[in-house]
Write a new protein. Sequence first.
Length: 421
Amino acid sequence: MNQKLFTEWRTLYSSNWGQSHLIRLRIRMRNLVEADIMRHAVEQTMKRYPYFCVELKKDGEYYLAPNERPVVVTDSLRGVKLNTAEANYHLIAFSYSDNWIIMDISHAITDGTGAYAVIRTFLYYYVSERYGVELPKEGVRLVGDEIPEEEWNDPVAQLTDLPVPEGGQMANALNPAKAAGLEEEHQSTVYSIALSESEFMRFNAENNGSPATMVSLLLSRALYRLFPDDPDVIRVTVAVNQRNALKAPLAHQNLVGAAFLEYDENIRKLPLDRQAAFYRETVSAQTTDEMVLGGLANQNGITKMILSKQSDTERIAAAEMIDEMTKDFTSATVSYVGKFNYPEAEKYIRDFRLWTRGTGGTIVIEISAVSGKFMIDFIQPFADPMFVNAFLKELDEHGITYDLRDVMKLEMPDVKLPWKE
């Protein structure tokens, strides 16, 4: 069936030329990829996700139409440009090279939670056939399941009577690139850092932290170390899954809100464990159902403002204006989907990465917890290592063992959109 767009609009219209918003999952297996088995696993997987087997079409207004063409699997690390003939006009594609498996999906149609669900299904089919094992089915969406309406329906589009969000204007946040005099580059750089899951969780337990809030705190401390006299506040945005507040845990859409952590003078005076406790309490206070729904009211207002414009050009301009305003209020973004939690498949995985693009000149940290490791992908739109070095120094000073796995350019495919032709 055709799907009307709503939550997708802002992400679609804020996708700049050559800088579309995608999620790229990179999984390094312990053995070389078997191409035929992978193609079969992708074929089975996509039968379970008909709402992701779509193409963007227009009949007066844009919509997502069913796409019965096969989802493409290519032998490359590059992948294919989505919503083009080489992708069979899909907004999702797979690729592989040596022992790497890659899934690319438009961030307009899902978020990390939705992408994790797809890749768990894929791993069930791939690992089962590749290694001749029987994996548990609990918690994995498989072919033959009845797909409930809750998976299909956009829980945001029909929301009414939302809480009125709290008023007030946030002060400008420290912009790390501007403070350092760095120019944003066309291609971002990714520093991938591995931590022992058990050791980092023990460190969190000893210091009242959690993975996302502790990484946010260590990054805040690193930025303050670099710019102690900057008048703008250090403010880290933590991605928030809105599904709980929406009472829609199975929804597949891009349902990400935000909590804001400010490293101000009062916090800086505290020891680490009290700083971490304060950050956790702040996130908890900002993720009550009422607060999350209030944030959704703001997001809905932005979407409706964009849709009030009559042409694609005007809508793009409105989305870009919002993005420019947004990056003035955050120093960096930290996102943690949660523990992957499929250990029977994870023992065949050597490495796991989640890559996205940030808004404007901001730093994005994506945290994954797979195969006994926390993988921290430190993504920035410039090559200079000063920020990641300051972050690593915080890890050193607190006795957190890490392994800088690699430094890579953020190579991700684009998405062809009608207004970008």
